[in-house]
Design a protein around this ligand. Structure first.
Ligand code: PBG
Length: 325
């Protein structure tokens, strides 16, 4: 076996041209999806305190963000709605005049070339902030399915290319697929948040989406962060029910799950670099502890290297700009 001094790993690292030639992982804007938070009104742009650079916007302002996303040739955007009114069934989630539904129609009219994904969940729309109907202090799985299907169908009717259920109820993919098909939306795809941990890293998102649970936590429906094999069961269940692509979330703390899911399935795999992952990099950079741009790129390349085809990230536009340099 050849070894030092004949073998020298550094030969292939000597110049940036060599490093580029031997890079094993490519990252392109087409793989990045930008999350956007939309609410009613006009001229609204409310910065999210815990997420520098991220805002809740009204549809008119949202279109400016989508324009930038389109200019940078991002893969797509994923929309989250903040309703004016919350109730016990999350009824604004399927309102034709809801902020998400209006935003989808506007994006499809103005920027037909960008993929529009909608997050399907009830937590933002429920007065208690849980992802489903609550009965006797518990989230009622089966009673929730019909409402999720209704919300997904309303997104499809508005023109969404992909609906992305993030609630973690059992059977939601089948319920949504059946409803989409019976409403004639055979072409609308489902990207399911299949392996989603009950993670502390969603904290800033709950500021942005105003969706923190009023009591308890999400551990009766989201996965225990200690579990990895369970993510494969979740993925298989969702694919069996008709998911077109699956998501792992969060991304950075779950690189092993991304890898396992990549190895365990032939379907497209998405990973969500969540609000807390973003906020940590921003906060450390603001303290002068790390180089923000370098940390951003390294975190995204790591997610891609682990096997993600698609990365949902609040850094999408900044990363695309950096890739263009
Ligand atoms: C809705 C939803 C959440 C996120 C995406 N969809 C919050 C949660 O499950 O509590 C988190 C995204 C992020 O942290 O960036 N259920």
């Amino acid at each position: 076996m050849a070894r030092f001094p004949e073998v020298r790993s550094r030969r292939l690292r000597r110049t940036s041209a060599l490093r580029r030639l031997f890079s094993e992982t490519d990252l392109t804007p087409a793989r990045l999806v930008l999350p956007l938070f939309v609410r009613d009104g006009a001229g609204v742009r409310n910065p999210v305190r815990s997420m520098p650079g991220v805002s809740q916007t009204s549809v008119d302002e949202l279109l400016r963000d989508v324009e930038r996303a389109a200019e940078h040739r991002l893969g797509g955007v994923i929309l989250f709605g903040i309703p004016e009114r919350k109730d016990a069934t999350g009824s604004e989630a399927w309102s034709e005049q809801g902020a998400v539904q209006q935003a989808v129609r506007a994006i499809k009219r103005e920027f037909p070339g960008i993929v529009v994904i909608t997050d399907v969940c009830l937590c933002e729309y429920m007065e208690h902030g849980h992802c489903g109907i609550v009965r006797d202090g518990e989230v009622d799985n089966d009673a929730t399915l019909e409402l999720l299907a209704r919300a997904a169908a309303s997104h499809a009717a508005a023109g969404a290319d992909i609906v992305a259920p993030s609630d973690m109820m059992d059977g939601r993919v089948a319920a949504i697929r059946a409803r989409l098909d019976s409403d004639g939306f055979h072409g609308t795809a489902i990207l399911s948040y299949a392996a989603k941990h009950a993670s502390a890293f969603y904290g800033p998102f709950r500021d942005a989406a105003e969706s923190a649970p009023a009591f308890g936590d999400r551990r009766s429906y989201q996965m225990d962060p200690a579990n990895a094999r369970e993510s494969l069961r979740e993925v298989r269940a969702d694919l069996d029910e008709g998911a077109d692509a699956i998501m792992v979330k969060p991304a950075g703390p779950c690189l092993d799950l991304i890898w396992r899911v990549r190895e365990g399935t032939d379907h497209p795999v998405a990973a969500y670099q969540v609000s807390g992952e973003y906020a940590m990099i921003k906060a450390a950079a603001a303290l002068g502890s790390i180089d923000e741009s370098a940390a951003m790129m390294e975190s995204l390349v790591a997610i891609r290297r682990a096997g993600a085809d698609i990365i949902v990230t609040y850094f999408a536009v900044e990363a695309a700009a950096r890739l263009r340099e």
